[in-house]
Design a protein around this ligand. Structure first.
Ligand SMILES: *[C@@H]1O[C@H](CO)[C@@H](O)[C@H](O)[C@H]1NC(C)=O
Ligand SMILES: *[C@@H]1O[C@H](CO)[C@@H](O)[C@H](O)[C@H]1NC(C)=O
Ligand SMILES: *[C@@H]1O[C@H](CO)[C@@H](O)[C@H](O)[C@H]1NC(C)=O
Ligand SMILES: *[C@@H]1O[C@H](CO)[C@@H](O)[C@H](O)[C@H]1NC(C)=O
Ligand SMILES: *[C@@H]1O[C@H](CO)[C@@H](O)[C@H](O)[C@H]1NC(C)=O
Ligand SMILES: *[C@@H]1O[C@H](CO)[C@@H](O)[C@H](O)[C@H]1NC(C)=O
Ligand SMILES: *[C@@H]1O[C@H](CO)[C@@H](O)[C@H](O)[C@H]1NC(C)=O
Ligand SMILES: *[C@@H]1O[C@H](CO)[C@@H](O)[C@H](O)[C@H]1NC(C)=O
Length: 873
């Protein structure tokens, strides 16, 4: 009976797709499995909790999930009221007597009063109520959970309340994926610190708070300098994060505003904490080091009595309202921020001041190690100057000086979230203080969510990186969880920067990075390939074709992005302002240097003849990086300065590898368009269109990158591409070569971001310009690709005519559609392409483009291409 009923219900359920729900959409599970194989309880029994307790939330989540997936409404009872209907006779504390049962289980008969409950609660409360019924669970740690599905009950128990919620999300995720159901499952987090950092500003976008390096709209927390009244999105965010095991969120920018500590904002922060609490998420705050000065003290010297008293008082005031606050995040003496060094004190003095204010309340201070001093660098004059070596120098002598509620938060690499960096040597230097890894989910340097780049594999590679400390196996994850140096565990912090956009991160496909982060922080041995498959099933559906298509795109996306931006350990050669478009020349001697000269390239970081950064690693790793032959190709130019003609392990020369990679990477992402189209019928229409438009953008922007970088090296080295591609574009017509009327030639800066270094703009901000050309290509069908610049300061309109017939049109409105920091200039960040397929032309046909300027965007054009089938250029 029950099965038939269920089947009918399942077929009738509509799937409402919504980016907001992300992987928690609880769509009906796969039908390949018969319904009695799903362990769906007959009632929920929730063990003693208040409304704001994560245990209560867990019960609500299970009710909601099962309703949504199976159309079954479950009642929730407390243990007291349902006692007589629970058969505990088969429950034993001894595992030996209870061999694991298999599905389908033999369940209580429908006509008995006996129920098959899902019991949700903490271990302690369960044991109090049902003494002696659980196996030995002493190994279960804070936040850990235990699930046991047997024919007499489904137990979802946490070591603490949060653990019960995590267990419930795990149970629901298994149901939603229809994958195997282990009858028992015990899971402990690897580390206690699994945090998210949001770089939200109190002020910014009009009334709304902006997000530094955020690409998904305005802040979900702040507007007009204050905490928002409506915190629905904050609550939904907490739910999403709890489902992947995150336990704290620092809600404001590390470049902190002292206004966060005003009375009104402390009140607002308390409301955020209240919204987070049912999901077991604790609130954290970024502090501006010199805050005391902003509130009237003459100094912020961390050893000054009044300063210490000021921080103690404000901390007490906050904890009065938010007794479970997680702690503070501090960015000090970095990128213009004041810090202890400003007052001639040590970093430890600064960190300990916060630590001691937080200690009575059990709070933690996350002290950021992103410290460098660009003013001490002159790479042009000094061969050995290098920003990478500075952090270890700054932290020299600090280890062992900080209190144990200080955690040093270290970026994954020594530079700044580049597409590939070695794992920061600092992790092996700091032996006594606790450390945490800081990574980015927000794609600041990695395409700003307008390029798909799955980072699960990068996170995993970082966590697995073996420092070979003392010649033992010492993966980073083992350093972070405290095992390696025998100290208290630290953990992980990811800069996520979710915003008000309904997709959270600005792009549906970017969410796999958040999903992977949470799961890897919980358990670094998880497989990033498995994670992207799980995420796809939960987000898009179970069809193998969907799963394999998105899997394939995801797994090639990081190597592809690396290929078409900066390969071989060259750091991302992005422009200084937006971190989005190519500007390779500017980087030669900057703090993120390339030392790209005419005959040779790369930073010498050897001890022998360079900055010595290689020597900051433990011996086995230092030996590897010191030796040019032992250094992996992908980091060659990070550690060594070599001739372009040097042969790599792969066999090709450095320069040819640069050319090849840029062609291969841009081709890889061009192919994503066809792959995505192949699953059109299987995904939600809105999601489909949204992703498609972004993939098209990416394919076009990858070509901008490819040409900018390849032309730059071609011009610099004068070494031709063996395959004859670089600088050779037979299907292009440069805009500056067309007949112009009302358009003038514009010298693009940097020149490599435009084909031929030049483009055109209308000669007035109000009048239309016309560019025309007579076509000489053979008669046939082409795709017409038009490269133009979409700047942030207007929405120009373009119209294409073929022999006076209107053929195509578009608008420069990417600033509203894409969400990345838009560029105000004509450069590699605003360069983009639009393609119209099925354009039939014959020699002698006349193509005319009419561009209508808008505001400061003067209908800029770079070039057009007539691309025969199968050619991408
Ligand atoms: C059950 O909840 C009540 C009220 O919230 C509380 O007083 C009591 O301590 C709780 N019992 C357990 C075992 O947690
Ligand atoms: C599963 O739970 C039952 C109680 O329902 C218990 O007797 C049994 O030992 C548990 N099995 C495992 C493997 O934890
Ligand atoms: C403590 O901080 C609160 C909030 O800023 C402030 O109102 C109060 O005057 C401070 N108390 C002392 C003793 O400084
Ligand atoms: C820090 O020390 C330097 C050099 O001794 C001195 O010039 C400066 O005034 C000092 N700054 C402070 C804030 O004490
Ligand atoms: C380090 O360990 C490797 C094997 O793990 C061994 O071959 C090598 O001799 C060791 N080196 C030192 C310096 O102990
Ligand atoms: C050593 O450094 C100098 C610059 O000081 C550089 O010109 C030279 O090429 C380097 N030698 C090697 C072998 O890398
Ligand atoms: C990256 O470039 C290399 C070199 O051309 C190529 O072998 C590899 O397949 C490319 N990978 C991707 C994902 O584009
Ligand atoms: C457009 O061109 C593609 C590729 O040549 C072709 O497969 C498709 O059928 C064409 N569509 C139309 C409407 O002509």
């Amino acid at each position: 009976m029950r099965c038939v009923f269920l089947l009918i219900m399942l077929c009738g359920l509509a799937i409402a797709e919504d980016g907001l729900k992300a992987w928690l959409r609880y769509a009906p599970p796969p039908m390949s499995r018969s319904l009695n194989e799903y362990p769906i309880p007959s009632r929920i029994v929730v063990l003693n909790s208040t409304m704001s307790s994560p245990v209560f939330t867990a019960s609500q989540e299970v009710v909601q999930g099962i309703q949504s997936m199976f159309g079954i409404s479950l009642d929730v009872d407390d243990a007291e009221s349902i006692q007589s209907r629970i058969d505990t006779s088969k429950w034993h504390g001894n595992l030996q007597e209870n061999p694991f049962e298999q599905f389908p289980l033999r369940l209580p008969k429908a006509d008995t009063t006996q129920i098959w409950p899902a019991i949700i609660g903490t271990i302690d409360v369960f044991e109090e109520r049902y003494p002696g019924k659980l196996p030995d669970l002493t190994g279960l740690q804070p936040d850990g959970f235990y699930i046991n599905i047997s024919s007499s009950a489904i137990l979802i128990l946490g070591r603490n309340e949060r653990g019960a919620l995590y267990g419930s999300f795990k149970y629901l995720s298994d149901l939603a994926q229809g994958t195997a159901f282990p009858t028992t499952h015990m899971s402990n987090p690897d580390v206690p610190i699994r945090w998210v950092n949001q770089w939200d500003n109190l002020h910014g976008r009009g009334r709304q708070g902006s997000i530094e390096r955020g690409y998904a709209g305005a802040s979900i927390f702040f507007e007009n300098g204050l905490v928002r009244d409506n915190l629905d999105r904050a609550r939904q965010y907490a739910r999403l994060l709890a489902s992947i095991g995150i336990n704290a969120v620092v809600v404001n920018n590390v470049n902190a505003d002292s206004g966060i500590l005003s009375d009104r904002n402390i009140e607002g922060l308390a409301r955020i904490a209240d919204a987070f609490r049912p999901y077991g998420i604790q609130l954290g705050i970024s502090c501006y080091f010199a805050s005391p000065e902003k509130y009237g003290l003459p100094t912020a010297d961390p050893l000054d009595e009044d300063v210490i008293a000021w921080w103690n008082n404000i901390t007490n005031v906050i904890y009065e309202r938010i007794p479970d606050m997680a702690g503070y995040l501090v960015k000090a003496n970095s990128e213009g921020q004041p810090g202890p060094l400003t007052y001639n004190r040590t970093l430890a003095d600064g960190a300990n001041m916060f630590a001691r204010a937080l200690r009575p309340h059990g709070g933690t201070v996350m002290f950021r190690a992103f410290i460098y001093d660009a003013s001490k660098l002159n790479l042009k004059a000094n061969w050995r100057d290098d920003r990478a070596v500075q952090a270890a120098q700054f932290f020299d002598g600090l280890d062992g000086m900080v209190d144990d509620n200080v955690v040093i938060q270290i970026k994954n690499g020594p530079i700044d979230f580049q597409v590939r960096e070695p794992v920061s040597s600092l992790f092996s230097h700091i032996r006594r203080a606790r450390t945490a890894l800081e990574i980015q989910v927000t794609q600041e340097y990695l395409g700003q969510q307008c390029h798909i780049v799955y980072l699960g594999s990068m996170y995993k590679e970082i966590m697995d990186f073996d420092f070979a400390v003392d010649n033992t196996s010492a993966p980073l994850s083992k350093i972070l969880n405290g095992q390696q140096f025998d100290r208290k565990a630290g953990g992980y912090a990811a800069v996520v920067n979710a915003g008000l956009d309904e997709t959270w991160l600005g792009s549906h496909l970017a969410m796999s990075n958040l999903y992977a982060y949470g799961h890897l922080a919980w358990n670094p041995s998880r497989d990033p390939e498995e994670l992207v498959r799980d995420w796809t099933r939960l987000t898009f559906g179970h069809d193998e074709k969907i799963v394999e298509t998105i899997f394939d795109m995801s797994m090639t996306s990081w190597p592809a992005f690396e290929n078409y931006t900066a390969n071989l350990g060259l750091l991302s050669m992005v422009d200084a302002a937006t971190h989005f478009g190519p500007d390779p020349g500017y980087r030669v001697h900057s703090a993120i240097a390339t030392r790209a000269y005419k005959g040779s390239i790369g930073i010498d970081r050897t001890v022998d003849n360079g900055s010595g950064y290689a020597g900051q690693y433990p011996k086995r790793i230092a030996d590897m990086y010191e030796n040019v032959d032992a250094t992996p190709d992908e980091l060659l130019l990070f550690f060594h300065h070599v001739p372009y003609t040097r042969r790599l392990h792969s066999g090709s020369t450095v320069i040819q590898r640069i050319y090849d990679a840029h062609y291969a990477g841009s081709q890889t992402v061009h192919d994503y368009i066809g792959k995505w189209k192949s699953i059109k019928q299987m995904v939600d229409v809105e999601q489909y269109e949204n992703v498609l438009s972004r993939l098209k953008f990416q394919a076009g922007h990858a070509l901008v990158w490819r040409d900018a970088i390849n032309n730059y090296f071609h011009d610099l080295t004068r070494i031709p591409d063996e395959k004859g591609r670089v600088g050779n574009h037979p299907w292009r017509i440069e805009a500056e070569d067309m007949d112009l009327d009302g358009y003038v030639i514009h010298e693009v800066r940097p020149a490599v971001s435009a084909s031929g270094g030049r483009g055109i703009v209308t000669s007035s901000t109000t009048k239309m310009g016309i560019a025309a050309a007579t076509i000489g290509f053979p008669a046939g069908e082409y795709a017409l690709a038009i490269n133009y610049f979409d700047v942030a300061t207007g929405c120009s309109a373009w119209q294409v005519f073929l022999n006076d017939q209107p053929t195509a049109q578009w608008a420069g409105d990417g600033e509203f559609k894409l969400g990345h920091s838009p560029s105000r200039s004509i450069n590699g960040a605003s360069a983009t392409r639009i393609t119209f397929s099925n354009i039939t032309v014959a020699p002698g046909d006349v193509l005319r483009i009419e561009g209508t300027p808008d505001g400061q965007e003067m209908a800029p054009l770079d070039y057009i291409s007539f691309l025969p089938l199968g050619i991408v250029d």
